[in-house]
Design a protein around this ligand. Sequence first.
Ligand code: ZN
Length: 343
Amino acid sequence: MKILNPNDFFLKFQNCSFENNVMKLMPKTSLLQTFGQVFDFRGDADEEKFDFFYRYCQSHLDEYSKIYNFHPAYLYIAQNEYFNSVAQPKTNVIAISKEVIKQLKNFFWDNLDFENDQSLINFRDINKWLLAECNKSLNQFVFEFASFFSYYHELAHLMQEAEYKALGNTTSLNEYGYTNSNFNVEHHLREIDSDFFAANQVAYHVLSLYEDAKIFFNEVENEILYNIIMLSMASIFAYRIRHFRGLEDIYYYERSHPHSAIRIIIISKVFLSFLSKHSKNLTPDEQQILIGNSLGFADKIAGVNYSSRFSDLIKNGNDKIAEYWDYMSNESPKYSYLLTGRI
Ligand SMILES: [Zn+2]
């Protein structure tokens, strides 16, 4: 699998505009009926955030769809409030609900005041440095980590389809329609696989920020670097924590999608092993502390108290999780279109 460094796309996305792409999408009316009409964010109070997210993702999608032979592919912001994000492999379209972007804007701009909030004093220097150096606030960075995660997850579903077709299959893998259906190992694997890909992609963004900070703040200032990793994990956790509502009890072999707590475990594993491999070697103890702190922080960002319920489980696991993981790991080689090969 060819993986591109997502940071390269910031250079390209100037050419991408809402007007150009949405006009091409409009004729696909059956799709819009299923997923909800296009949300035209021009003139919205949060236009800038929508526009940034939209242009980055669409230009990234253009590039990936060419490499994976599913060009043209489109992303749009949907009016629909009943789902968060969805990919329709048959038409190569990704829809992200406008409520996701609105909520993440609320989490990362409205709830995090790095300048004045005393409890966030540890992040003040990083924020100041980013504003001076990149003309971008820490709020913008964490918004990107979480919102891009939702897009990368859906992109992975389109890539799975492309791999599936490349194996000679003529039918289609469809995510839509099975969100609340019964347990199906293949569906669980697809979700895990997409989370793997998304966590890996976001880790690239974090690594790039982390490497720049390392030069500026001097390697001895470990606390600053630690805070960058902690906050970036918390931003993705906050995105996932939104899905905890109604899932207060852990489950394994039920429903079509893995439980959010299990997904957070997967994200943490991928994320921390990526950073350990490419930059900062984190001991198992350091990883446990990071995960615990990130969960607490995610609760703060999201204004909830969900993480504590699953905190021990996420940090320490249990026999059932180990068994679930073994099962998935043994099953995954049967589905050769999965991007990770073996979970
Ligand atoms: Zn999915």
